[in-house]
Design a protein around this ligand. Sequence first.
Ligand code: BGC
Ligand code: BGC
Length: 651
Amino acid sequence: MKAARYGLWFILPLLAGCTATTDGSDLLWRGTDWPTLHSPIARDAAMEARIAGIVRGMTLEQKIGQMTQPDIRSVTPDDVRRYYIGSVLNGGGAWPGMKKDAPVTAWTALSDAYYRASMSTDMAVQIPVIWGTDAVHGHGNVAGATLFPHNIGLGAARDPDLIQRIGRATARQVRATGISWVFAPTLAVGENRRWGRTYESYSSDPAIVAAYSRALVHGLQGGLTGDGDVVATAKHYLGDGGTFDGVDQGENRATRTHMIQVHGAGYYPALKAGVQTVMVSYSSWNDVAAGNDYGKMHGSRALVTEVLKGKLGFDGLVVSDWNGIQQVPGCTKDHCPQAVNAGVDLIMVPDDWKAFIANTVADVREGRIAMTRIDDAVTRILRVKLRAGLFDHSPVASAFAGRAEALDARELGREAVRKSVVLLKNQGVLPLAPGKRVLVVGASADSLSNQTGGWSLTWQGTENSNADFKGGTTLLAALRDALGASNVTFSKDAVGVDPSSFDAVVAVLGETPYAEYNGDVRAPKPVAHSALHPADLAVLQRVSGKGVPVVSVLYSGRPAYANDLINLSDAFIAAFLPGTEGEGLADLLVGGRHDFTGRLSFAWPGSACSTGENTDSIVQFARGYGLSYARPSRVDALPLPSVPTTCKTSP
Ligand code: BGC
Ligand code: BGC
């Protein structure tokens, strides 16, 4: 009954989505002030009355407990019961029992334990806990889950329908583990290649971000109450992709119009699709042109309350980022009345949650936070839980819960890989005919770590072996399968092998995994792949110019200057971070049954100090560029500007 009632609100926009153009330009907001928006999920009077009744019966401690979100590594089910905890998360690299290979049944057992604890408190009305997770390219923390290409590659696919299907599949993976909330989509419009989170951005084109935003929210949330539906999060609000010099968590200096039209672009479609949660960005906004410094987003009442909850009509919950409150001037990670007063409803305090609860209770008692603000926060948290049907049954009652097969989306992953890689150059080498003798070189050829990048089993994507990714396929394995194992020889470093006895060389180059600020390439360092990963250049030099064509495949979370590598190659593929399904790449390289359709979602730089798409940057391949077998084109020797040891300016 309830499912049908709320489900309908989602079906209507879903159908409308099918008729829209796919490039997203129709979704762009061109106004110079924030739009006035309305969620498709109408307020339900009976539900609101029920929420008000629950809130009225709660003690202050119970309310603050609801506003608190610890990490599973530092909260037990019994803590959830005793402290009335409203939400838990598993941060990157947090697994039940701290076992990386925990089976889905271990996840559901922990989820059920948290749920039961939350439903056996001494509160007048029991409130179910909600568990959130970063399933940012599939259910990244879970062994055996198909991992999709990271967003930068998905942007190259220009296919919102694919994104919606990935959202559906991700939601099922997450429900298989008894989790009901996903911290995605990331709606950053990445404007500087130095940023370590560039790969979490779909595109530097706000239209692509807008189209995908709507598609992923629909895909993840579905009708919100179904067995395969999860609550989605629009993050990181606002301007995370536009920080000065690409510094993670840094300062965005955009004009108001740019913030509204470009960085806001993904949020309007997400809100109009009914996204139920928004995560605040670590970054700050300083509108230098107008002389208006808004400061850290976590402390900005103007942006969180006045804009998001006011003009943009958001009535779901606002969650802070991991210890994000401590970056507000005057705050610490366990105490920040400024953030609560700014409008943050649920506080991600991974470790220091006990002190946070005590400090926030005191804030209310001593008048630093008004009870009306607390009641608003709890009301929003309860609204999301009720809309998502969490009060009705344990999350492990889903038909997908505990089902390992729900983690498997290999065909979809393979399709996504085929669509998300971009052919930058092909001098008649590709496709390779089956049966050709191929020498495969490069440290990334047999590395699921490099293939999947950050947010994969661990937070940084480091400390993983191929065996950890159960069921994943490296490009090397996929090529062996496609060409015949006896036709493929692998040499990681290409030392002492003679390429001339092969028909072709496939060199698999790549960044090593990173996430967030660890992945920043800080100014004034040049952003050149060879400078950052000299071993890749050395491998290519060993096989290039030996009379045998060389096909290079590059795994990277950013477009970095690579003219030297491209010139040493007869074909060059920007594969971004394709995930666990290497077959998708082999589908394109071998046989010619599948053609390339991917087109760059970010401009590719032509110099090591070019880090964006602004007028000062030299662009080698424009956004939208991409060759195919059907549309071949010669790419002659590219210019080789010298790579300085430091860059002078920051464009
Ligand atoms: C990231 C978020 C993420 C959160 C929880 C933060 O460091 O910025 O994107 O959702 O951690 O893992
Ligand atoms: C967590 C991540 C989080 C990060 C922030 C890690 O320990 O696992 O999820 O984003 O810390 O610093």
